[in-house]
Design a protein around this ligand. Structure first.
Ligand code: ADP
Length: 260
């Protein structure tokens, strides 16, 4: 103001939501959406009211992950009533498209779609809204972080250097946008062969823990590569719900407790 130039417009909170928590990754395919859904369910198991917003507009996974069917209802005043699945409130652009229909939008349309999903939905009083971001650092990220009060961001990576080098860029962006970094989650950390019990470090080991240490951000935990995580996700009942007492669910629960 002293320079006479107007500052950026103030960040807005999301109506009916206490904390917005973004889940991002550098690369696609590292399990960001899988982690976002299970983390949302783990926070719910801690007694919070939780929602999941699919902001991965070009590759929405939430409808399949949570088994959402049909389009969300629209109230008379034009506000969306979100889907409800496994106790979560959920919104995804994927649920508004016809099967196989691609989103072919330039940046401004994508950001206005995100704005609508975020602000024109009746979230109905959530403690936390988990936002599943697209991979990388694009328009959606910039508009979310500039316009919305985001309480924190979590980054998901595999232990592989190829994924970590992009995760570092995502972390750099989040830092520059002034959003608190809650930490780094390593997914697909190792594989235990169910028949022999032998451990395989398919994407290497310990890479994310090391990277988090180097970057000075918390390391939140390791999620192994497990067939049931993939199968349960494909079936629309994430492992947190399908096998709540299993080791995978416990790993997600431990991460949720760290970010509470
Ligand atoms: P992203 O959101 O990063 O693109 P997804 O969450 O869609 O990644 O995951 C990519 C694929 O890997 C999906 O088929 C998913 O079911 C599977 N997957 C993710 N994490 C695991 C895991 N820990 N164990 C087994 N399969 C996983």
């Amino acid at each position: 103001a002293a320079s006479g130039r107007p500052g950026p417009p103030p960040k807005q909170s999301v109506p009916g939501v206490r904390h917005v928590i973004a889940v991002g990754s550098g690369k696609g395919g590292v399990g960001k959406s899988t982690v976002a859904a299970n983390l949302a369910l783990a926070l719910e198991a801690e007694g919070l009211k939780v929602g999941l917003l699919d902001a991965d507009l070009y590759g929405p996974s939430v409808p399949r992950l949570l088994g959402l069917e049909g389009k969300p209802a629209v109230r008379e005043d034009g506000i969306f009533s979100p889907h409800e699945a496994h106790g979560l409130k959920a919104m995804s652009i994927g649920a508004m498209l016809d099967p196989g229909q691609a989103v072919v939008w330039r940046g401004p349309m994508a950001t206005s779609a995100l704005r609508q999903l975020l602000r024109e939905t009746d979230w109905g009083g959530l403690d936390a809204l988990i936002v599943d971001l697209p991979p990388g650092t694009g328009d959606i990220h910039i508009s979310l972080f500039q316009q919305t009060e985001v309480s924190g961001a979590v980054i998901v990576s595999t232990p592989q250097e190829l994924a970590l080098s992009d995760a570092r860029k995502a972390i750099d962006m989040i830092r520059r946008m002034g959003v608190p970094l809650l930490g780094l989650i390593e997914n697909m950390s190792f594989f235990i062969a169910p028949d022999t019990g032998k451990r395989y470090d398919i994407f290497g080991t310990g890479g994310a823990r090391q990277a988090a240490g180097d970057l000075g951000i918390p390391f939140l935990g390791e999620i192994p590569l497990v067939m049931s995580i993939r199968e349960r996700s494909d079936a629309g009942t994430p492992v947190m719900i399908a096998e709540p007492d299993g080791p995978e669910a416990q790993a997600f629960q431990a991460i949720a407790q760290k970010i509470l």
